[in-house]
Ligand binder design. Structure first.
Ligand code: TRP
Length: 470
């Protein structure tokens, strides 16, 4: 048995706690902000099917591989590779993961800060929904005429541009959000991450069910449901499949070692496949449910689904503005979004914290504070990207878009491929088998899984990367 880690390592209180925390990491802005707008831009049903297929074919195998790596080594992503294959260069994969963690956390916290601001505005009734609706509807008309509205494009008078260009305010909310994460992670694995996940995840589910109920009972909601569920394979192009794959990686928190880190706190009698199945299943279900909450409402007030990344912050406020009790519903929605963001961001921070505690022997308090400060500072350029530093570009993208692009489209897929190749080929079939066997005596599904990890997942992922770059 591989017991390379130290026995004083923190652990989850229960299997259920682990699944909720890992699902909390997976379920985030990726499900509720990113998924609906990508679905909206890519033909609804066709994208949904491609996405679900990617979750099963690529996501599930890599999720299992990451959890196994973590549980076998009881280490952070860098330490995991070092412990399982000392004197090899594989630890570099973990190091890239840590770097990716800094990048994602830095801009994710900025985005979550916007959410927090919207939560505050809607809770205090300051969002002035109906007055901005006119503006938004004209923006959406532009979109439906084929003019793509991007972040940062000026729509005078809208709350969104007014806010995101106010860099001081954006930095302030980025700071508040990072402090929230620091408070949770600073309390540890079981007493922090697990305890809050157990409270926040059921709350999230409850809020989402409420919003779905409101949305599907609106007049004209059937059209929105048809957009999502009416079979139409004509829109299923190669491009759509590629986008679906990227979304699956991002949404499942794969490719940089979150699941390695969370797996490192897991006890040996847990079935890794069943846990991975639960996490991926919950994540995909919440994404689909977010679609069910959003599209019927959108169609019901006559707005187009294809409005891009601004869907959540620009179009939905207009939807709420048209509904009775709009500010109340908006408050619920942005609370939902904030909760989703917190449980994801803490997983990113925990990866960095586990790295500093394992490799540098810092204590948790010190690691958490220093890592949160570094991630906060790294996020400042992203926070200024739609305001004061709007004209500073890297490869034609502002800092925020660059961080999102680099991590989601380059670093995560590369990390995913390397993790799959390590587990499938380098680590050794016997050791992988022994690791899975603890908790899954019969090794059910092992032979299918190992070939998914060896061949299917790396080749499918490599195909996206190459198609994007060539
Ligand atoms: N999965 C989260 C979301 O859907 C984001 C996230 C958290 C993430 N940790 C990650 C993405 C690690 C990639 C890698 O919002």
């Amino acid at each position: 048995m591989m017991q390379s880690g130290d026995s004083s390592r923190e652990t989850w209180g229960s299997k259920f706690g682990f699944v909720l925390a890992a699902a909390g990491s997976a379920i985030g802005l990726g499900n509720i902000w990113r998924f609906p707008y990508v679905v909206g831009e890519n033909g609804g049903f066709a994208f949904l099917i491609a996405y679900l297929a990617c979750v099963v074919v690529v996501g599930l195998p890599i999720m299992g591989a990451e959890i196994a790596l973590g549980r076998a080594s009881k280490r952070n992503p860098v330490g995991a590779f070092k412990a399982l294959m000392p004197k090899s260069a594989w630890w570099i994969v973990g190091a890239i993961g840590i770097l990716t963690g800094f990048i994602i956390l830095s801009y994710y916290s900025v985005l979550a800060g916007w959410t927090l601001f919207y939560l505050k505005q809607s809770a205090t009734g300051e969002i002035l929904l109906p007055t901005i609706a006119g503006d938004i509807i004209s923006a959406v008309t532009l979109v439906s005429q084929g003019i793509h509205i991007q972040f940062g494009q000026h729509m005078t008078g809208s709350l969104f541009t007014g806010f995101v260009s106010n860099s001081g305010l954006v930095v302030l909310f980025h700071l508040i959000f990072m402090l929230l994460c620091l408070l949770v992670v600073g309390q540890g694995v079981e007493k922090g991450i697990e305890r809050y996940s157990k409270i926040l995840m059921p709350t999230l589910l409850g809020l989402l069910v409420l919003l779905i109920f409101r949305s599907v009972t609106l007049p004209g909601s059937a059209e929105g449901l048809a957009f999502l569920f009416k079979p139409d394979f004509s829109k299923l192009t190669f491009e759509v499949i590629l986008l679906a794959m990227g979304q699956a990686f991002y949404s499942l928190s794969l490719g940089m070692g979150v699941m390695i880190t969370y797996g490192s706190y897991l006890d040996r009698n847990t079935d890794i496949f069943i846990s991975a199945g639960w996490v991926a299943g919950l994540d995909a279900s919440i994404a689909v449910m977010a679609g069910i909450a959003i599209f019927p409402a959108l169609f019901s007030v006559g707005l187009a689904p294809s409005s891009g990344p601004g869907l959540t912050y620009i179009v939905l406020p207009a939807v709420f503005g048209e509904l009775p009790f709009g500010s109340f519903l908006a408050t619920l929605f942005f609370l939902l979004l904030t909760i989703a963001a917190v449980t994801s961001a803490i997983s990113l921070l925990e990866v960095l914290v586990s790295f500093a505690t394992d490799e540098w022997h810092w204590n948790r308090k010190r690691s958490t504070i220093i890592m949160a400060i570094v991630a906060f500072l790294l996020g400042i350029p992203s926070a200024m990207s739609f305001g004061a530093w709007g004209d500073k570009k890297l490869f034609g993208l502002n800092f925020f878009d660059f961080a999102d692009f680099l991590s989601a489209n380059v670093l995560l897929p590369v990390g995913g491929i390397m993790i799959a190749l390590f587990v499938g080929w380098a680590w050794g079939a016997k050791k992988v088998k022994a690791e899975i066997k603890d908790g899954n005596e019969k090794l059910s599904l092992f032979s299918i899984w190992i070939w998914m990890v060896r061949i299917v997942a790396p080749i499918a992922t490599l195909t996206i990367l190459l198609t994007k770059w060539l």
